[in-house]
Design a protein around this ligand. Sequence first.
Ligand code: SF4
Length: 404
Amino acid sequence: MSSEPTYVRKGFGLKAAVQDTLTADYDGQLVDLLLAREHTLVAGEVTIRLAKEFGFCYGVERAVEYAYQTRLKFPDKRIFLAGEIIHNPHVNAKLREMGIVFLKPSDKGFDYSGVEPADVVILPAFGVTIHDFETLRAKGCVMVDTTCGSVLNVWKRVEAYAKDGFTSLIHGKYYHEETRATASQVEKYPGGTYLVVRDMAQAEDVMAYIAGSFAGGRDAFLTKYAHAASPHFDPDKHLQRIGVANQTTMLARESLAIGEAVGATMERVFGAEHRAAHFRTFDTICSATQDRQDAVNALLAEPLDLMLVIGGYNSSNTISLAALCAERVHTFHVEDATGIDPETKEIRHRALATGQEVSETSWLPSTGAIRVGITAGASTPNNKIGETVARVLLTRGLDPATVV
Ligand code: SF4
């Protein structure tokens, strides 16, 4: 009988053995050059400025490295991944090339019926729901859990809220893997409840309900929000005691504002002396998200003609970065370098307002001095950033190979 542990959270001690492959797959020469030159490259009349913090975060680095370690450790076993390891198409494609099979989620979670006890399942950086976790445990397969420590911190908060009879009000996207996993933590306690709000506008609906001024009352509220709440959620009962938490990759500024506004509402409705009995909050934005948002704000304080934000269209922290940039300067969120065609001068990018991909051709002036700001989401590898910078230069007729 095998003595292999069936639950692994710290990798297999193979970091050194996979390091060269990781470097070859994800490092980027142009980014190395930018780092060596205080995040600035000048070529002809084009100045590229890279944010001080960008790209792969500690959680993503760890998750990707553990996936590579897992392949090396089990060359002959079937390896599954619960969803995407992170929200970057290139990283996911690399894992597929390594023979890792991606399980697709549905409303009811993942379908693990094809997983056998002899198989290996990798859990992504976002984590999985309690239900998924328990299903895999019962299978007896090897689980390689890459859930980020910062996500685990949010789980602890949500669990504590549920234990103490508070509803978790989660600033996040109800359909996002991380938020689904976080929300499921309330199930550890009977009657545990959550409600997910996407932004301040939705938080204002919650505050209006608490204050008794939500138009349409209980039925209208449930019609609008039942899909983003626990199954037994009753606003009359479950908005009396609220604990605020966030998906780790939201706009930090908005999360903070939601926490403060909900706290002020609870104080108004229940009285300042009862605030602690009705309201708790804890900023669970992760430090990597915060650092990237702070760095892009610092970059935006400089004169820039446009910003390029690089990352998966479904990457929450990339979308948050693009939203920050769009407030200050003309911004293009591209998934990778292929979004820029130096021949046709076309750019394909995700429109912030609609979430749809659009294209345009007059995005980069063909002559004159221009300063282009660059940042990338926490799941974007350096080689994809470098390739994008190269295409900006090529669009202006500059050869990236001559940038020294
Ligand atoms: S964005 Fe934050 S929570 Fe998500 S993997 Fe990176 S460090 Fe962890």
